[in-house]
Every structure is written in structure tokens, then in C-alpha cells.
Design a protein around this ligand. Structure first.
Ligand code: TXA
Ligand code: MG
Length: 352
């Protein structure tokens, strides 16, 4: 499985029974397998094997103080790894399998490598058929962060995983493009006030409706650097610097077009993450990735990370984008969050 320390031959496995069985064997032996989930591809290891979990951090270049999500096959498995309360069961009943991660007090069986020494563990039941098949075939809980190099956009295709991790992991199960495209929503239930640590695939409003209570947001001061590492500024970022324009739609579009003109005037090679409405006005001599119609959050979520990665391969000097959905509503929160973290610079235009 391993030739030299940190140097592995990465196999691309099909998602038929043979591929799943092979992936399960690799996990049981302490190896690393990237797998599709409905949100993004995860980099999986046997969650109860501390040494296997340490290899995830090495492969990603991820700091050891950034804890991992444990994936389980069935909500009934939750008590193996965590101590759920009534709120957790209500959310699990409504949203699992699906893109919701719950942070709960951990059971001692979960190694400290998974939780970065925290007394809490993040858990989710993925909805993707391949993730489910692997969880069931291996009969293991699987620790899995997104399968990208630390700080880069999350992978939504097996090719993205290979672009970052080829030679660093044992295998990737190629299940095609993921359906949701942004990561799970993370909710902490470790104290009386439920707290959203990361907006994601399940809208906050839907969670609040089940809890009958609004979610507190994680401020860095309250959550601490470890409790909400997704709050690191340079996350999900392309290597090419991205400038993001936020605020009133019409103003943001005008500013986007003027920033494009300015950059072209400076002789820069420019890439644009564009909504369909802006396409006609974007000049021909820039590289464009269209992500969908403004506010069509489900489509935008599915295409955003892929668009950022595609532009990043084009040898450009500057990427430009404007806000692509209402940042206060539904999946739009996750889109705004990811774009802001990807951006090196944010221009705020006045809202009307
Ligand atoms: O959709 C997803 O959540 C994907 C797929 C693969 O499941 N996973 C994912 O994992 O996005 P990752 O590691 O890239 O992001 C998980 C976030 C991290 O920011 C981590 O710090 C936070 O979850 N987290 C994990 N365990 C935690 C804990 N015990 N307390 C607070 N935050 C935690
Ligand atoms: Mg990640």
C-alpha cells in the first residue's frame, strides 16, 4: 500500500461491488480512501484507528488542531461515537441521511486525533449511495474531511481529488460529480444554545424550524480557534487571487464590469466567476466560468468549487466575482460564506 513515507500509489476505484469491497479492505488496514458524498468528496480513514487518522492530516497538510467529521451509516450508530440529546435526535430524524453535521459530546472510543483533543465530536450520516455502501461494507465509522489539500476549494469530482492528492492517498472511489456541491451545515449542540459553526447544505431556517429556536452564530471569540476552524480566512481559496464584490445587485454588477475593464487596462489576464445575467456584458477577452442564474442556489452550489478550480488552471493573474445569491437566505448563506473565504479582497458596494 505504501512505498515510501508519505508516497502512495493512488488507485481509481469504480463504485461497483468490487470497488467498494477493495475500498473497505484498504480502510480496515488503516489506509486512506477518498469517497464521494452528496456534498463534496471526503478523504476517509478508519475513525477509531488513531494512526490511520493521523495519515489524513499528513496527506492534506492539515494542522492537527482542526478536528474531523465522523461519518456513520445509520442514525442508530450515533450512540457508538457520541452522546446525543433530544435535540440531536430530532435533527437526525429530519435531516439524516443528509448534509447536516452535529457536534456532540464524544464517547471515549473516538480517538483524540479525530477531535483534536476536544471533548466533542462532529458526526454525520451521508446520503450518497457510494458513501453508504462503503460505510456498510467496512462496518466502520469513517473520519473524513473534504479531500483537498488544506486551504484549497473542496473537491466535487474525483479529478479534483487527484489534482490535489494523487500519490498521497491509497485510492479514490470515482462516483462522478457530487449533487449538493457545498459542505454540510455544522451545528453544535454542546451547550444549551444551539450554534451554527458553518452554513452548508441544510438551510439554517430549516434547522431552526425543527428546534423551535434560533441558532446562535459562532463568533471566533466564543467558539475559539479550534471550535470553528472553518472560520480561518484563507479557506476554499484558489491560488489565483480572487476579488469579490458584494452589496446591491445592480451596483455590484456595474462595479464588476468596471473592475474587469481596469484589470484588462493594466494588461492583466482576468478570469470571471459569472452569473448568467452578467454574461452578455462580460468582454470576450476574459476567461469566464458561468455558475448559474443569480439566486439559483442549488445550481450555484453544485458548480462554484468546480468553477474556481477550473479558473485556477488557466494561468490567470486575477479572478473577479460578484455576489451570486442572497447571503441571508437558505443555501445563499453557504455560497456567500465560501466565496468570502475564497476571496483575497472584498469590495463592498452600497446597498440601496
Ligand atoms: O460535507 C462535509 O461536511 C464534508 C463531507 C466530506 O462530509 N466534510 C467536510 O469536512 O467538509 P472538513 O474537515 O473539510 O470540515 C469540517 C469542519 C472543520 O472546519 C472542522 O473544524 C469542524 O468541521 N469540526 C470537526 N469536528 C469538530 C468538533 N469536534 N467541534 C467543532 N468543529 C468541528
Ligand atoms: Mg474542508
Amino acid at each position: 500500500m505504501r512505498n515510501l513515507e508519505g508516497c502512495r500509489q493512488t488507485r481509481v476505484l469504480g463504485t461497483d461491488a468490487a470497488g467498494i469491497a477493495e475500498a473497505a479492505t484498504i480502510l480496515a488496514r488503516g489506509g486512506l480512501v477518498a469517497l464521494p458524498t452528496e456534498t463534496v468528496y471526503g478523504l476517509g480513514a478508519h475513525a477509531l484507528d488513531g494512526q490511520a487518522v493521523r495519515a489524513i492530516f499528513a496527506a492534506k497538510g492539515r494542522p492537527a488542531d482542526d478536528p474531523l467529521i465522523v461519518h456513520i451509516a445509520d442514525p442508530a450508530d450515533l450512540t457508538t461515537v457520541a452522546r446525543p440529546d433530544d435535540r440531536a435526535w430530532r435533527l437526525a430524524e429530519r435531516f439524516w441521511p443528509g448534509p447536516l453535521t452535529l457536534v456532540l459530546p464524544k464517547e471515549p472510543i473516538v480517538p483524540s486525533e479525530v477531535t483534536a483533543g476536544l471533548p466533542n465530536v462532529a458526526v454525520r450520516v451521508p446520503a450518497h449511495a457510494v458513501a453508504q455502501a462503503l460505510l456498510r461494507a467496512s462496518e466502520l465509522p469513517i473520519a473524513a474531511p473534504s479531500a483537498n489539500l488544506f486551504g484549497r476549494p473542496s473537491p466535487t469530482r474525483a479529478e479534483h481529488v487527484l489534482a490535489d492528492l494523487d500519490g498521497r492517498i491509497d485510492a479514490v472511489l470515482d462516483g462522478g460529480p457530487t449533487v449538493v456541491g457545498v459542505e454540510s451545515t455544522i451545528v453544535s449542540l454542546t451547550d444549551n444554545v444551539p450554534r451554527i459553526l458553518r452554513p452548508g447544505g441544510v438551510p439554517a431556517e430549516d434547522i431552526e424550524a425543527i428546534l423551535g429556536q434560533s441558532l446562535a452564530t459562532a463568533s471566533a471569540a466564543v467558539a475559539g480557534p479550534q471550535a470553528a476552524p472553518g472560520m480561518l480566512a484563507s479557506h476554499y481559496a484558489p491560488r489565483t487571487p480572487l476579488t469579490l464584490i458584494v452589496g446591491d445587485q445592480g451596483e455590484a454588477r456595474r462595479r464588476l464590469l468596471s473592475e474587469i475593464e481596469t484589470a484588462l487596462g493594466q494588461g492583466l489576464r482576468v478570469g470571471v466567476v459569472a452569473v448568467e445575467e452578467d454574461l452578455a456584458q462580460v468582454p470576450d477577452n476574459v476567461v469566464v466560468e458561468t455558475v448559474g442564474a443569480y439566486g439559483d442556489a442549488a445550481v450555484l452550489a453544485r458548480t462554484l468549487f468546480s468553477a474556481l478550480r477550473a479558473l485556477d488552471t488557466r494561468q490567470l493573474d486575477l479572478l473577479l466575482a460578484r455576489q451570486i445569491a442572497d447571503p441571508e437566505r437558505g443555501l445563499g448563506r453557504a455560497l456567500a460564506d465560501r466565496l468570502q473565504r475564497a476571496a483575497e479582497r472584498i469590495i463592498r458596494v452600497p446597498a440601496h
